[in-house]
Design a protein around this ligand. Structure first.
Ligand code: F6R
Length: 263
């Protein structure tokens, strides 16, 4: 695992974008796993910036988002489809037919989840999965207790996730209580993982994920089982790590993930 601790969110976004661009440029038909939420916004802005400067094209890229709320129409400003369109897809040359999100409005949600899993497989699988982390340790919407073998499925959101999402929906808006999420087993099938966390409110979840026991109690601890993981943290998110000085020592060679010493 490469754990990289940086001073600013902007540095994190630049390094994350470098990694995404590296994958896109090295694959003939790149497949990216995307996350929504506040954390990857600067990364998407940086990718748009690089696209604008002609440094990268997403013409042959396919994207699969981790999750979508159940029952929200795609044009709802709180849907992850809307989030992706407005924060990334609408600003780059990704082909519309190649951007996938789980269908949270399908009549048969279980079938939609199975189909999503099959579509990912039909593209050859995900080359790089971008991940945020919930304060309760969730990845995607795999809440504590999710099996490490879980696949794409309908899930009930935990009270803490519903609470964390409340500010997006405003005082009167009903926060969805269900979502379709890619499973932890599906996430672990990706050829590479890029986990990003910023802010002190993520520090405890980050510690549990990276240094705690590998356990479904902290779904993000599953990343310890993956052979190719990069974790980008700011100092606040890294503040609870017992071994953070060792990770920082390992970083005398970067910036540039390729040169970062593996853990
Ligand atoms: C969203 C997702 C979630 C978020 C997590 C952190 O697609 O997969 O796991 O990454 O809830 O959200 P933020 O970044 O808003 O703190």
């Amino acid at each position: 695992m490469n754990i990289v601790i940086l001073d600013t969110s902007q540095q994190i976004a630049r390094l994350a974008a470098e990694q995404v661009i590296g994958v896109v440029q090295s694959c003939e038909s790149p497949v990216l796993g995307m996350a929504a939420g506040a954390t990857p916004l600067l990364l998407y802005a940086q990718l748009i910036h690089c696209y604008g400067k002609g440094q990268i094209s997403f013409r042959s890229t396919s994207t699969f988002n981790l999750d979508e709320y159940v029952a929200l129409p795609p044009d709802s400003t709180n849907s992850y489809r809307y989030y992706m369109q407005s924060n990334f897809f609408d600003h780059v040359d990704l082909q519309a037919k190649n951007s996938y999100l789980p269908d949270g409005r399908a009549d048969d949600l279980q079938l939609a989840a199975k189909r999503y899993e099959r579509t990912i497989a039909s593209t050859g699988g995900i080359d790089l999965q971008i991940l945020g982390i919930g304060t309760n340790g969730h990845i995607g919407f795999n809440e504590p207790g999710s099996s490490f073998a879980s696949r794409t499925r309908v899930v009930a959101l935990s009270d803490s996730t519903i609470d964390s999402n409340r500010h997006y929906f405003g005082e009167s808006g009903a926060v969805p209580e269900k979502a379709i999420t890619v499973g932890i087993g599906s996430i672990l099938d990706s050829r590479g993982l890029l986990l990003i966390a910023t802010g002190e409110h993520k520090a405890e979840a980050v510690r549990a994920a990276l240094e705690g026991p590998v356990s479904p109690i902290c779904p993000a601890s599953a990343v310890q089982l993956h052979p190719k993981v990069t974790v980008l943290l700011d100092r606040a998110a890294a503040s609870q790590l017992t071994h953070r000085d060792d990770y920082i020592k390992c970083q005398q060679t970067p910036p540039g993930l390729a040169s970062a010493t593996p853990r």
